[in-house]
Ligand binder design. Structure first.
Ligand code: FUL
Length: 495
């Protein structure tokens, strides 16, 4: 009896599978779970369901609007009078989102409280909010309410930025701030829609401020001060799909604010490249400004041209990160005409450049296909993100070839891993052929390493001049040369 108990404890400690034998005693056995379709096993870590939904949002807008719009500051001190918030017209979140939808964005995040602590909704946690301003438009303003309604109307995803740091609150730095102000504000915001996709928490945590007239410096340790486990549970109970970004611990900052991340990007770890060996799924988001001055609107600023914004898209969404692109509403609570022009032009570029998938008209072959019947290479071009091509276990290299009867003009290759079972691919190459016999490697100056949720490779190797003349080809070959386990791809597209 004692011996059986010991082997049970040892097996549990070693993480080995246990089974009860026919004789009724305990013993160690091989795992024999039924697997009729030969389904590949996960390579951990894997994303949660809400991280999957978040990742699929890909490209969305950021809107920095609030007290700073009227003071010209980027970081208000917290001592601004509520009447300073004085819109010259009724702020119009539907206009913001409509223009961003034209640029193929799938959602947006509105700043509803920045570091100055001024709230853009009638909160019960403080008097420092828009509806206490004497301005007639401010008294009608409720950004969470109107932003959520506009997003629903336009079929877009939505969420809010609420600054954990609050330079207005007298309680900042004490427990009372967390329980009575910050957690309650997050909870109030979650009530503006159960289908929110992301709540955004910046990393600026503490420093000097007004703090209810104290005019002091307050430092906190963000790793425990904000009671994040409690925050996550409370908000997830109301909004099951929401990702708590940054200090919330469910998605990471890519490490730059310039619409750029590294060519090699793992969805585990931290910073620009992440890490192949980290245990936690922590996908990357890149935040960037579409205008020349700051996150908030400033008179005289200009909007970056659509070609620059397209390059940002290639260097973020095309590198296994999401892109949150900031357009600051002006003093009338609207995006400018210059924003509108570039947003329409960007949408046009994305639709033209990624509009016709040439892989769908090619003959597709693979050197290796996993047995079981469900993992054929044609899954790569069936438009279904739930079917994928795979190789057998232990097979970490393979080639996929596309051929066309007529020459095609090609400029981009897009690959997508089936990341529900972990991010795997470590290196690959892309080659093309004009005559069907001699092959030339393309984009050899680019690190063709990770793929992840989405990787877009400009075949000429340039993200700045990616839409050149293209190459005339009859064949295109992807060679996967290394992978953490058998590679699983659900989509291969050629544009
Ligand atoms: C930073 C903030 O300090 C900036 O003001 C801005 O909101 C940016 C997106 O995040 O952490």
């Amino acid at each position: 009896m004692k011996k059986h108990y010991l082997s049970l404890v040892c097996a549990a400690l070693l993480g080995l599978p246990l089974a009860v034998s026919a004789q009724g005693s305990f013993g160690l056995v091989e795992q024999t779970l039924p697997n009729p379709t030969n389904e590949p096993r996960e390579v951990f870590p894997v994303p949660s369901e809400r991280q999957m939904k978040w990742q699929e949002t890909e490209f969305y807008a950021f809107f920095h609007y609030g007290m700073n719009t009227y003071t010209g500051l980027e970081w208000g001190n917290g001592d601004e009078a509520v009447n300073t918030f004085a819109p010259t017209a009724q702020p119009d979140p539907e206009q913001w989102l409509r223009l961003c939808k034209a640029a193929e964005m799938k959602g947006g995040i509105a700043v509803v409280k920045h570091h100055d602590g001024f709230c853009l909704w009638p909160t019960e946690t403080t008097d420092h909010h828009c509806q206490n301003s004497s301005n007639a438009f401010a008294r009608q303003t409720n950004i969470p309410r109107d932003f959520a309604a506009a997003a629903k109307k336009l079929g877009m995803k939505y969420g809010f930025y609420v600054s954990p740091w609050d330079r207005n609150s007298a309680y900042y730095g004490t427990d009372r701030y967390v329980t009575d102000v910050f957690l309650r504000q997050c909870f109030e915001l979650s009530q503006y829609g159960t289908d929110q996709f992301e709540m955004w928490f910046d990393g600026a945590n503490g420093g000097s401020g007004y703090y209810g007239g104290a005019n002091t410096t307050r430092s906190i340790d963000a790793s425990y001060y904000y009671d994040i486990p409690n925050l996550r549970d409370s908000v997830h109970r109301v909004c099951p799909d929401i990702i708590l970004w940054g200090v919330g611990g469910e998605a990471r900052w890519c490490g730059t604010e310039s619409g750029y991340t590294n060519e090699t990007t793992w969805s585990m770890g931290s910073g620009l490249s992440g890490s192949e060996t980290e245990w936690k799924w922590m996908p990357s988001e890149s935040d960037a400004k579409a205008t020349s001055a700051g996150w908030f609107y400033h008179d005289g600023e200009t909007t970056k041209d659509s070609e620059t914004l397209f390059k940002m898209y290639l260097e973020t969404v095309g590198r296994n990160a999401t892109l949150i692109l900031n357009f600051p509403p002006n003093k009338a609570g609207r995006l400018t005409d210059a924003d509108s022009t570039q947003l329409y032009a960007l949408g046009e570029k994305l639709r033209t450049r990624f509009g016709t998938d040439l892989a769908k008209t090619a003959t597709i072959r693979a050197t290796q296909t996993r047995s079981g019947g469900a993992y054929n290479v044609t899954n790569l071009v069936d438009g279904d993100k739930n079917t994928y091509w795979a190789t057998d276990d232990g097979q970490t290299s393979a080639a996929i070839t596309l051929t066309w009867d007529e020459p095609q003009t090609v400029r981009y290759v897009m690959l997508q891993e089936f990341i529900r079972k972990g991010q795997r691919i470590k290196s690959f190459t892309i080659e093309t052929t004009e005559d069907g016999t001699s092959w030339t490697q393309r984009a050899s100056n680019i690190q063709t390493t990770t793929v992840g949720y989405k990787r877009i490779i400009p075949l000429n190797g340039s993200t700045s001049a990616s839409y050149g003349a293209g190459y005339q080809v009859r064949g295109l070959r992807i060679r996967i040369t290394d992978s953490r386990a058998c590679p699983l791809l659900h989509t291969l597209s050629v544009f």
